[in-house]
Design a protein around this ligand. Structure first.
Ligand SMILES: Cc1ncc(C[n+]2csc(CCOP(=O)(O)OP(=O)(O)O)c2C)c(N)n1
Ligand SMILES: [Mg+2]
Length: 368
């Protein structure tokens, strides 16, 4: 048989092989490294996404400042990964469902969650995840990987009802070591679900580096093991993430089943405001990665093509500052919830044991 080889154990032949593709369109100077896809012909959209990325970055910096000054509980910064979230927000349709993790403010903002709602959530007020905008989207998930099977459930419902909708779930490189990821990948392939997996491979899971997380050469190939397509994109290249994610979403909508997109990027910030990354990684490594900054790269592309200039940049910075300040004020002006509200959304009918505790809190509130 062609391809058969004789070795010490007898005749063996290759029964499977795979390739993982990596897509990049723009180099660090914002210059095309290959012919650009059709979506790059729509400068208005790229400009509007650039604006969204700058707003996201402004919000990010402000959220850290609020936490440092005691006005926010905690926060997971997104510095350096803005292109991944902008692409997710841009490419999904309104009727699609986002099942996010905690580092995804950028996508949520583009889908209509407000900055005030995000601040409420990170300030410890669950009303922030009961957002007004994309009601079908899930709240962000903090327990690692636990949102991934939920996404399969949502995708299964879409398929069962025959709806042309797609579920997109996002998670980190660390989440891909969890059983929930493997189990969902398997089910998504077997059931041919309209589900797109987006891995934000930012190289770190708190203090665990990518190379101690897995021996796989790529995270994308984990999809191959489950029987569906996985690929890498340059996660700092907005055009690359949008193009490949868009193809994966179209495929899922057309009944072609799941895809895993591994967006290769870098977490330029601490893990959260409760972390100090200088204790486990070198400043030289971070510095090295700053040159791949996704916001700078897409700005260079826009400037190179005369779609953007310094005047516009200054105006944008001012607009972003004002919008963020307004959102912060609305957040700070929101009266806190009554402590007993923590009991209100857990059960349809509150068990007797908790009813007593709830009453106790109400009475305490009345006395103080
Ligand atoms: C089930 C569970 N175990 C542990 C944690 C603690 N924890 C919070 S973030 C994190 C690392 C996640 O890394 P990754 O998936 O790469 O996402 P990133 O934060 O880098 O975006 C861990 C272990 C958790 N939140 N949930
Ligand atoms: Mg990570």
């Amino acid at each position: 048989m062609a391809g058969d080889q004789l070795n010490a154990e007898g005749v063996s032949r290759r029964v499977a092989s795979f390739d993982i593709r990596y897509t990049q369109y723009l180099d660090m100077e914002g210059r095309p490294v290959q012919p650009l896809p059709a979506l790059a012909d729509d400068p208005e959209q790229i400009v509007s996404l650039y604006r969204a990325m700058v707003l996201h970055r402004t919000f990010d910096a402000k959220a850290i400042a609020l936490q440092r000054t005691g006005s926010l509980g905690t926060y997971a910064p997104c510095l350096g990964q803005e292109a991944v979230f902008a692409a997710v927000g841009a490419v999904m349709r309104e009727e699609d469902v986002l099942v996010p993790y905690y580092r995804e403010c950028g996508a949520q903002l583009l889908r209509g969650v407000t900055m005030t709602e995000l601040l409420l959530y990170w300030g410890g007020d669950e009303r922030g995840m009961n957002f007004e905008g994309p009601r079908g989207d899930f709240p962000c998930c903090v327990p690692i990987a636990s949102q991934i099977p939920h996404a399969a459930g949502v995708a299964m419902a879409m398929k069962y009802r025959g709806e042309p909708r797609v579920t997109v779930t996002v998670f980190g490189d660390g989440a891909m070591s969890k059983g929930e990821f493997y189990e969902t990948a398997n089910a998504a392939a077997v059931w041919n679900l309209p589900l797109v997996f987006v891995a934000n491979n930012n190289q770190w899971a708190i203090s665990v580096p990518r190379n101690e997380q897995t021996r796989c050469e790529t995270l994308a190939q984990k999809a191959v093991a489950a029987g569906f397509a996985g690929e890498q994109v340059d996660g700092n290249d907005l055009i690359a993430v949008m193009t490949r994610l868009s193809a994966a979403i179209d495929k899922a909508r057309d009944g072609g089943g799941p895809t895993l997109i591994e967006a290769v990027t870098y977490r330029l910030s601490d893990h959260t405001t409760a972390d100090d990354a200088s204790r486990y990684r070198s400043e030289a490594e971070v510095e090295e990665n700053r040159q791949y900054d996704p916001v700078i790269r897409i700005r260079r592309y826009l400037v190179n093509n005369a779609y953007w200039n310094d005047d516009k940049e200054q105006r944008l910075e001012q607009e972003c500052r004002e919008a963020v300040e307004q959102a912060v004020q609305a957040y700070l002006d929101t009266p806190p919830r009554a402590p007993e509200s923590m009991f209100d959304h857990l059960y349809e009918k509150l068990p007797v044991a908790y009813a007593g505790q709830r009453d106790e809190l109400v009475h305490k509130g009345e006395k103080s």
